[in-house]
Write a protein that binds this ligand. Structure first.
Ligand SMILES: *[C@@H]1O[C@H](CO)[C@@H](O)[C@H](O)[C@H]1NC(C)=O
Ligand SMILES: *[C@@H]1O[C@H](CO)[C@@H](O)[C@H](O)[C@H]1NC(C)=O
Ligand SMILES: *[C@@H]1O[C@H](CO)[C@@H](O)[C@H](O)[C@H]1NC(C)=O
Length: 638
């Protein structure tokens, strides 16, 4: 099977090869040292004093030799090739390097690797200062912070137990029972979770049902994107991984990072829409700004802080394996240094941190949210909003383009094997364009404009049925979306795309994709067509959509846990990746349900209960339930 797929990849490689590409057939490929290698892990500690190290090292040649040139040239199209001169080996030092006795561990490893690489390939190595070793002893370290986190979690469980028992035994009336305890009733939280959007006093919210489907589908795609990390970490068939880049279906996956724009659009939409609803009965003054920001912070932070607290304290001790320190240990170290950036949603401006990197989105979305509220409140009139939104939209195209031009970046994040292997920590396009707040303005503004427009059309009794013959435009959005995404193929050619192409992509991809999503979403809200709407409004999405924030927070921890606990090389295949993908989604959502019931939902209700503003105005539609990934701000939610 492996050889068949290998032959197939070779055909693809050779068939597609032209220009500078260095085509390699199987025997030539095998002349290069494997990128990943792992000595057996557990066996290393069978003998006392066992020592196992995982090293990232660089291959060098003392004198120019053809093999080194071949490695360099083959690695040249870096968007789709591993860098075959950067290797990662897990070495049982006490077994594999018995002839090397230097007391300096780095030198011992280097001379050991020098010898093996010289014997087999005529190459030498450079081992960096930083590598990771295990001596097989596992001690559970109990820190004060760990005790605090454990105590908080226990306390939450206890409250859930008491709240649920109270609800179960006394069956108290909703308005007269002890409200504080009822927040923690699992039964009530469950009912909240599964109730379809029913009796919201604001009927217009019912029209936002399609957001549920969009949110769940987009979250699944984000989880999928993260499960790809598994395919670039410690695999033994690197040729297969590299071969995948030449197939069109995979291009759609590799360019799928744009999908995150969906969240910005939904988020911008809800912000503008909710503010418009609020403005029907209230004045929009500066107090709104403060209130909106505080409420959003309170809505997002408790669940996030619990995940962060867990990662800071216990997470690092729960796994083991050759790369556990490299994958999870690094994450914990970074989180300990930078956790407060996360709590203030500034982490996407912090370069090089590996702490829960997927949460860049929460930070970027919060920044855009603040920008949006400011714009809405400061620009009171419809005309000034139009002007400012248009200016922001232009800025949303110009800023990424300029940054791409100045720094010679890629037009979109390239899901290259090397960037994936490094979790994008040093990928400049990811850092400077993909994950910042100010580079994602376009999608957010499109969302806000759509929210404003929908509110306006609903107020104006606009009848979309008159325009039914244009429905085909809506149906075209999906195929066009695939074309936009597939257009990213130019970034995976053998030669790097020209600067003009990259700048154009940086400016245009997000807005074009944003418009397509906005058309689809807007037509669903207005009941303009029934095919996409039918899919997006399926009732089954509703409970899933309510746990998307939890699933989003948690899945990444599972992915890293899976990678970190690897003790052998993986063999990547289509089926393997499919299983990993479905498994990650399943585990992410499976964990999200209890997390939502026991943590997210009770804490959100508790905060609502504690806020005096909210209690005074119980008759208000609850516009202020701010969520991002969970952005479904209809009143049934909390
Ligand atoms: C692979 O290519 C090399 C050089 O182009 C050639 O000498 C060798 O016979 C080829 N091997 C196979 C199995 O085709
Ligand atoms: C591969 O890694 C080596 C060593 O870090 C570096 O010098 C080289 O430029 C890299 N090659 C590519 C194509 O990035
Ligand atoms: C390994 O080889 C490299 C390249 O020749 C050399 O610079 C380095 O000193 C060697 N390391 C040891 C420990 O001999």
């Amino acid at each position: 099977m492996a050889s068949i797929s290998f032959a197939f990849i070779l055909c693809v490689l050779i068939g597609r090869g032209y220009g500078i590409i260095h085509q390699l057939n199987g025997s030539e490929y095998a002349r290069m040292p494997p990128i990943f290698q792992m000595d057996p892990f557990e066996e290393c500690f069978f003998e006392p004093g066992g020592m196992y190290c995982t090293v990232d090292f660089t291959l060098v040649a003392d004198s120019p030799i053809p093999l080194m040139d071949m490695i360099r040239e083959y690695s040249e199209p870096s968007s789709k090739r591993f860098n075959h001169s950067k290797l990662t080996y897990g070495i049982c030092v006490t077994k594999s390097c018995t002839n090397h006795n230097s007391t300096n561990l780095r030198l011992r490893l280097e001379s050991c690797l020098n010898d093996t690489m010289w014997d087999e390939y005529g190459l030498k190595t450079i081992v960096p200062e930083k590598f990771y070793c295990e001596d097989g002893e596992k001690t559970m370290e109990v820190t004060p912070a760990g005790i605090v986190v454990a105590f908080i979690v226990m306390f939450l469980f206890l409250l859930n137990f008491i709240g649920s028992s109270y609800d179960f035994c006394c069956n108290p009336d909703k308005d007269r029972g002890i409200k504080f305890l009822l927040c923690f009733s699992i039964r009530r939280n469950w009912i909240k979770l599964v109730t379809p959007i029913a009796d919201t006093p604001e009927p217009r919210f019912k029209r936002l049902k399609s957001f549920n489907g969009l949110k769940v589908i987009s979250t699944c795609m984000v989880i999928f994107a993260h499960s790809i990390f598994i395919g670039a970490y410690f695999v033994n068939n690197t040729a297969f991984v590299e071969g995948e880049y030449n197939k069109l279906p995979y291009q759609i996956i590799f360019n799928g990072t744009i999908i995150v724009q969906n969240f910005f659009i939904v988020s911008g939409f809800l912000l503008a829409y909710n503010l418009q609803l609020y403005a029907e009965k209230h004045a929009l003054d500066w107090k709104v700004i403060v209130k909106a920001i505080v409420l959003r912070w309170l809505r997002l932070t408790p669940a996030y802080a619990i995940v962060l607290g867990f990662v800071l304290t216990w997470y690092g001790q729960l796994g083991t394996g050759p790369i556990w320190q490299k994958v999870a240990g690094t994450e914990v170290t970074y989180c300990r240094e930078t956790w407060w950036y996360h709590l203030f949603y500034l982490n996407n401006y912090l370069d090089g941190s590996e702490c829960l990197s997927h949460t860049w989105y929460l930070a970027a979305d919060t920044q855009l949210y603040i920008l949006g509220v400011l714009v809405w409140v400061v620009c009171g009139s419809a005309r000034s909003r139009l002007v400012v939104l248009s200016l922001l939209f232009v800025a949303g195209m110009v800023i990424p383009a300029v940054i791409t031009y100045i720094n010679d970046l890629d037009g979109a994040v390239i899901v290259s094997p090397e960037a994936t292997r490094g979790f994008y920590v040093h990928d400049q396009t990811y850092i400077q364009v993909y994950s910042r707040g100010h580079t994602n303005i376009a999608g957010y503004v499109i969302g806000m404009a759509l929210g404003y427009l929908i509110h306006y059309t609903q107020a104006a009794d606009f009848n979309p049925q008159k325009y039914k013959k244009y429905r085909v435009c809506v149906w075209l959005t999906l195929p066009l979306g695939f074309i936009v995404v597939g257009a990213g193929k130019v970034f995976y050619a053998d030669e790097r795309a020209s600067l003009a192409e990259r700048v154009a992509a940086a400016a245009l991809l997000k807005p074009i994709f944003g418009f397509l999503v906005a058309i689809c979403l807007g037509s669903s809200v207005l009941k303009f067509e029934n095919v996409y709407r039918g899919i997006l409004e399926w009732r089954g999405w509703t409970p899933l959509s309510r746990v998307t924030y939890s699933a989003y927070l948690l899945h990444y921890v599972f992915v890293k846990y899976f990678i970190g606990n690897q003790v052998t090389l993986l063999h990547i295949s289509f089926m393997f990746v499919s299983f990993i993908f479905m498994g990650t989604i399943f585990i992410g959502f499976l964990a999200a349900f209890p997390f939502y019931l026991l943590v997210e939902s009770p804490l959100a209700q508790l905060i609502k209960l504690c806020l005096p503003v909210e209690r005074e105005k119980t008759k208000e539609p609850e516009e202020w339930k701010q969520e991002t990934i969970t952005t479904y701000s209809s009143r049934e939610h909390l």
